[in-house]
Write a protein of this length. Structure first.
Length: 248
């Protein structure tokens, strides 16, 4: 059975025209799907609707076959916001990460263990008592991810997870996500990261899904990528043999 089904889904904000219309998408448990599209295409809006924050304009979102009820608590779906400031609100990092675990009503020892593990997995040890507004940009991003991981969701919605990360932390993020079993949708302009993590890529543009297929086929299609304001990632671009600088 699918984990996530979008059927004829239209997405939009109140008092504005629809951002996305007629989306059909089916995601299997454990699948990793990359979402590519230009600024304003509707990636973040789609995540808000799947997470139950923004009600659909039309159509349905189903999780394990069950339609989402507007406003219902959805512990199986965790959204990591594009803007960390939209997500972090507790006085300290540890309290923020613990918030989701407490909401689940877990016994304190298990909640504490999950919080410690998420903080370690995201490389945030030593920052537990730091006020969230004093974290660096990349630390805030990783705090948001830690806050989602404590929920142990079946579906992670990651909105630009590598933005603002230095190379070491980007690499750590990729390794962490690659080792996780849960399904994830990853919206990103970091196409090399998507290529590493996601066997399947969806392109959204002008209100609809324009491509849905294997990552190398979609991201390697120069005409398709150009038509939607993208470029084929460097690692899929053929390179001429390097020039020789010394006599053979
Ligand atoms: N809270 C909001 N209220 C009204 N309109 C919004 C809101 N958030 C986003 N929009 C609009 O919805 C459209 C889609 O925005 P969205 O943030 O989903 O794009 P995106 O694909 O995530 O872009 P980016 O790559 O820049 O993150 C844009 O036209 C945007 O201006
Ligand atoms: Mg966005």
């Amino acid at each position: 059975m699918s984990l996530l089904d979008l059927d004829s889904l239209s997405v939009g904000w109140p008092h504005a025209s629809a951002v996305l219309t007629g989306l059909n998408l089916h995601v299997a448990p454990g699948a990793r799907v990359g979402i590519v599209g230009p600024n304003g295409a509707g990636k973040s809006s789609l995540f808000h609707t799947i997470a139950g924050v923004l009600p659909p304009l039309a159509g349905t979102v189903r999780l394990r076959g069950e339609p989402l009820r507007p406003g219902a608590f959805l512990p199986e779906v965790a959204l990591v916001f594009q803007q960390a400031e939209d997500q972090l609100f507790c006085p300290t990092l540890a309290e923020d990460v613990a918030f989701g675990a407490r909401n689940l009503g877990l016994p304190a020892p298990e909640a504490d263990a999950r919080v410690a593990r998420a903080i370690a997995d995201c490389g945030l040890e030593g920052l537990e008592n730091r006020p969230v507004h004093q974290l660096s940009g990349g630390e805030k991003r990783r705090a948001c991810l830690a806050g989602a991981l404590v929920m142990a969701p079946a579906l992670l919605l990651l909105d630009e997870p590598s933005a603002a990360l230095d190379l070491r932390n980007r690499r750590r993020l990729i390794a962490l996500l690659a080792g996780m079993e849960q399904a994830m949708l990853i919206a990103s302009h970091d196409l090399e990261m998507l290529l590493e993590l996601c066997p399947r890529i969806i392109v959204i543009d002008r209100g609809r899904i324009c491509a849905d297929g294997p990552a190398r086929a979609v991201l390697g299609d120069a005409a398709l990528m150009a038509a939607h304001g993208q470029e084929v990632p460097h690692s899929l671009t053929p390179h001429p043999p390097s020039e020789r600088h010394h006599a053979p």
